[in-house]
Design a protein. Sequence first.
Length: 887
Amino acid sequence: MAAAAAPLDRRFEGTAMAAPAPLERRYEGTARGRGVAAAGWRVCLAHRFEEPWQPYGAGDVSFRDVLRHVGLSLRYFRWWYKKTRVEKKSAFIDLLCAVPLQQIYGCPLGGIGGGTITRGWRGEFCRWQLNPGLYHYGTVIADQFTVCLRCKGQTIYQQVLSIEKPSTLQGWNWGYCGHYAFYHALYPRAWMVYELPGQNVVLTCRQVSPVIPHDYEDSSLPVGVFIWEVENGRDEDVDVSIMFSMQNGMGAKDDESGGHWNEPFALEKEGERVAGVLLHHCTRVNPFTLAISAREKAGTGVTHLTAFNPAGSGREVWQDLLHDGRLESPPGKSSLTEKGELTAAAVCASCTVPARGHRTLEMALAWDMPCIRFGSKEKLHLRRYTRFFGSGGDAAPALSHYALTHYEEWERKIEAWQNPILENSQLPSWYKSALFNELYFVTDGGTIWVELPPDCCDEDLRGQAAAGLSHLLPVLREYGRFAYLEGQEYRMYNTYDVHFYASFALVMLWPKLQISLQYDIAVMVMNEDVQLRQYLMCGQTAQVKQKNVVPHDVGDPDDEPWQRINAYLIHDTADWKDLNLKFVLQVYRDYYLTQDSMYLRDMWPVCQTVMESELKFDTDNDGLIENGGFADQTYDAWVVNGASAYCGGLWLAAVCMMCKMAEVLGDAKIQQKYTDILNKGKEAFERLLWNGKYYNYDSSGRGSSDSIMSDQCAGQWFLGACGLDQGEFEVFPKSHIVSALRTIFEKNVMSFAGGTMGAVNGMRPNGQPDTSSVQSNEVWIGVVYALAATMIQEGLVEEGFCTAEGCYRTVWEQLGMAFQTPEAYREKKVYRSLAYMRPLSIWSMQLALERRASQELQIWEHPDCTTPWLMLPPAALTAINRREAGT
Ligand SMILES: CC(C)CCC[C@@H](C)[C@H]1CC[C@H]2[C@@H]3CC=C4C[C@@H](O[C@@H]5O[C@H](CO)[C@@H](O)[C@H](O)[C@H]5O)CC[C@]4(C)[C@H]3CC[C@]12C
């Protein structure tokens, strides 16, 4: 098989794909680092991305769209003013103050649901989600690693490993030359390789977070480990010290609120000793403790400085380290900070690296915020990790010790999971990077994972448990409650129409979290919230949540999620057509992948309930639902009228799955009922929407109803993922699906931006993007990955990879949006909603590949492959490899 070329300097022939951005071009070093993964996202620290694109603003809306949305704009502005200026809260979607794009982010630190701290690719600590679901964007300049080299008792080199030249801590030697370092991300690990100019010493810092598939313990821990590999190329021994400094706080106003204090700690257990400093951050709400530490072992000394002023020159710290490569500290705790005062601490690990030799220094960052309150401050929640480390707020030393003594095991598990994919030379390297790096959102999606209190007195939960969800309480008790945001800028938990796409990552890697999430939704289906409110799109007043329908989301972290749901008030989603169907589709998909029959049995009545609610949308009784003439589905600003490819296709797929579930559960009556509907509905779907090449957007016959929608095969996507796409279960004629996918590839992909940016949501048959709405001419990255998966399922493997590649390269290489993949971009200049949930759908590509390969296996077995289920059919791969190798 063709060897993979360097991922970032390839040329493409035979497609209009432009050369990818050479993110490593500025690297002038020769070092490749130690143990750095081959695949991943690699960038030189001196790299500069092109001018940042702008978030969608008023200026990007056409006059026609402005007129179309005058009512919404006025109502939104009135609501926004009240929320932000009168109630002094933040808006769940702030259209007037979008987060500005910073092209700086790298892998976040931390496991799932304990909060995250993102490090930038230049090494900065820059994006903080410690208060659940709420982000603070700010680089804390005191949070650094500094290296000190000494030979024969003399310091020969001391440098902050940062290219910054800040105005504080001016007594430190800043301005490391970025041309001699590169960053490499392969989530949940990242590497930074620093060649120390003129020193013949190379440092590789490997950052590891405990994000381990199918692990529900260590994956919840709020820790990150930094393993410093020091390579000495000199002919003499070098004493090397790495100092890790950290401010008490996250660079927000709170840091100066007074009352914070630091203290040194050392913890020895089972012959392993870890030492460092605790930084107690004593806020009224959600207080926490940060811990910086290092592992002491033979030949490695650990020293610390309990407190220093990060707002001053820092000269005393610098000189102290310079003097002997160690830190000296007054004993005991620091005093409490005064109001307006900042404090920081540092820990230093030192060892001697023999001439031409190599040594390792291990450091950790842990944070302990066990008890959390959301914005409403009504309820106290315990984070998942408290079941292993307690909720007393004193766990930071134990967390640090555990992280430093278990990271090797975590890495073994991470490699066992990733290697079969990474070692598959038939998969293009951009895909390997995309697949693992997009997973950052599972932890950095404002994610929370909390315990169900043992004495749970939530009436709703108890009621539902009694009323048929027999495994609700056992599941929630054992696996806790999980929620992640629709997007860092779209602050709603578990937005369900979007989770539909992202859920593949969860069910494939942490299936119990998907199941727990589904139980939560099932409970909410049964509940109502009769409070009335005005919806902003159309201005009508309706209740917050109706009974027997799937909610849009489970709430805003700035309020009280799970308690007050449906934070989204743009539309009354009780009338949305996709939400109920997406529940049914996920239930069967989850059952198919997990074979959890308790789950299936519990969800079955809920599926019947939501399908009954949905049936009322089949107004003409032809077996097919109709859309309501407004944007009543995930494309919430793109109006649909009558039968539609998207919702109609999801409907038929859900009806098919109802038949299948009824069969599995032996419910013949329901099976017959849905079989009848399916037969009628299939006929109506083909008659109303098939135009000989693809399925029309909708059946209204209006101006853009024959648009080509990139997501028109969403129903087939789910059917295929569950093996329900052939024989008696064939819902859509195979030839129609393949023809539709080919049309999408030709029009939405290759005729848009020269085939380099993925698939535009809507394309007119004449090859012009559909501008009938503000969303039809957008590209939705998560939809594109789902489309690519569908193509792979249907045998259009090369087309699928080519389609997805455009999005990856645009986001990660051209636009500098690493670790913040947005919901959408347009062909030029604008994007929408950074750090979004939907792109996790890339895991459905992996499922499609695995499924295909296992089918192909019967007819084609490759002698060299140790993981045959990851193999692709030879014909498709020859083409992909040709493009990958640039031949
Ligand atoms: C800055 C001005 C106020 C702009 C004036 C023009 C506006 C009236 C419209 C231009 C763009 C519209 C927005 C486009 C997207 C939106 C997202 C939506 O929420 C979530 O979106 C997902 C789709 O991306 C959806 O799947 C999820 O379920 C939703 O939770 C809410 C509406 C809107 C903000 C939309 C509103 C009107 C414009 C700003």
